[in-house]
Design a binder for this molecule. Structure first.
Ligand SMILES: *Cc1c(COP(=O)(O)O)cnc(C)c1O
Length: 389
């Protein structure tokens, strides 16, 4: 037993974020996990190699044969993710869509049926509208805030219930424990995309979800410099995902895994600041005469605010808010154009505040709050309103 074998999973969340999954490199004693940029791994004898191939097919941890399947840098990230999601096992993929497609494809076959919430990320919507149906998988989209809609959509061949915990872009919060109960009563696997909240705000596996998926590109990486996807859950479910991700070729590069690994250590600190900034901005926007309404789970005006208080941890309500201005499309454009700090850009979860205006959603301005001083953000939004007058 080495001093570096401590089980940090017994400790608190911030300690796990910093310490879990890492230790001195077994070869060099490097304290930071090296970037193992190698496609293959060399063995001594044919017999040893053959034995490794047998064990590799069982997804044994810390066993490396080829980097499409497993890589030591990626493996360190997997262990850290497990500690934060309270998961038995996790797979890291090239991006969020690779995580989502592998989680779905490894649990759905031709002739099966899947229920999905009505508000999801664009590419996820394409999966349910087009890609899965084209492979013979039936899909239903339902408004999951009304639990009876899920019951009504159940069929004898329903295998999976899928949703985003806090939905993109409308920020609807699903009742994860209640929906888990319905899904399990019908023998379904419950998959939750928790990209918009991160495990610093809510952990779906603790509330009965079977698999949690993330676009790690967003809060996990947090600096807008790498793409990453995550699937976490029970070992037997993750092994099935591994089989698909290996054979479909959905692996992340060791370099991007390393960028994510170093970023996760500060994720709790970032989310704390981002949540504080979002709360202050949400309250500020809500009090402005130019604003029709603000959507933020931390506001009492959010329809699922009480549920957020129940499910969320550490008093964080996340960094995502939506603002609707009274002046419609013209006003949305003029306001966004007049700001100087936030870029107008896709993506979220960055240390930099990002602004995503969308006409198709009732002229919604989705704001992903970063870690800037919130007073500078408020002053910038204030001068933008002044310019719009
Ligand atoms: C961005 C996003 C995805 C897709 O993730 P990528 O890393 O871009 O592939 C999936 N779900 C949600 C909710 C997202 O915001």
């Amino acid at each position: 037993m080495s001093r570096y074998d401590t089980d940090y999973r017994r400790m608190r969340f911030n300690t796990r974020a910093v310490k879990s999954g890492e230790g001195p490199d077994p070869v060099t004693r490097a304290m930071n996990t090296p970037i193992y940029e190698t496609s293959t791994f060399g063995y001594e004898t044919a017999e040893q190699y053959d034995e490794m191939l047998e064990r590799g097919a069982q997804w044994e941890p810390d066993l490396y044969i080829y980097s499409r399947t497993t890589n030591p840098t990626t493996n360190a990230l997997e262990k850290k993710v497990c500690a934060l999601e309270n998961a038995e096992d996790a797979v890291i993929t090239a991006c969020g869509m690779a995580a989502i497609s592998n989680a779905l494809l490894s649990n759905l076959n031709a002739g099966d049926h899947v229920i999905c919430s009505d508000d999801t990320f664009m590419c996820t919507s394409s999966m349910f509208a087009d890609i899965l149906p084209s492979k013979g998988i039936e899909t239903s989209r339902v408004e999951v805030l009304e639990l009876e809609n899920i019951e009504k959509a159940m069929r004898p061949n329903t295998k999976v219930v899928y949703l985003e915990a806090l939905s993109n872009p409308q920020l609807k919060l699903s009742d994860i424990p209640a929906i888990a109960e319905i899904a399990h009563a019908h023998g379904c696997l419950f998959i939750v995309d928790n990209t918009f909240l991160s495990p610093c705000v809510m952990r779906p596996l603790d509330w009965g979800a079977d698999l949690v998926v993330h676009s790690g590109t967003k809060y996990y990486v947090g600096h807008g410099d790498a793409l990453c996807g995550i699937v976490a859950g029970r070992r037997e479910d993750i092994n099935r995902v591994r089989y698909y991700y290996d054979n479909l070729g959905s692996h992340i590069s060791p370099y991007d895994a390393w960028l994510a690994l170093r970023s996760v250590r500060t994720m709790p600190l970032r989310l704390k600041q981002q949540s504080e900034n979002a709360m202050a901005l949400a309250k500020w926007f809500e009090a402005r005469p130019e604003v029709d309404f603000v959507t933020y789970p931390g506001l009492e005006s959010h329809p699922q605010h009480k549920l957020a208080e129940k499910l969320f941890v550490n008093g964080n309500f996340g960094g995502m808010l939506c603002v609707h201005l009274k002046g419609g499309y013209e006003e949305m454009c003029r306001f966004c154009d007049a700001t100087t700090i936030p870029p107008i850009a896709t993506s979220l979860g960055d240390v930099v505040t990002l602004m995503f205006p969308k006409k198709a959603y009732n002229n919604l301005i989705r704001i992903s709050c970063g870690c800037e001083d919130v007073n500078d953000l408020i002053e910038d939004f204030e001068q933008a309103f002044e310019k719009c007058r």
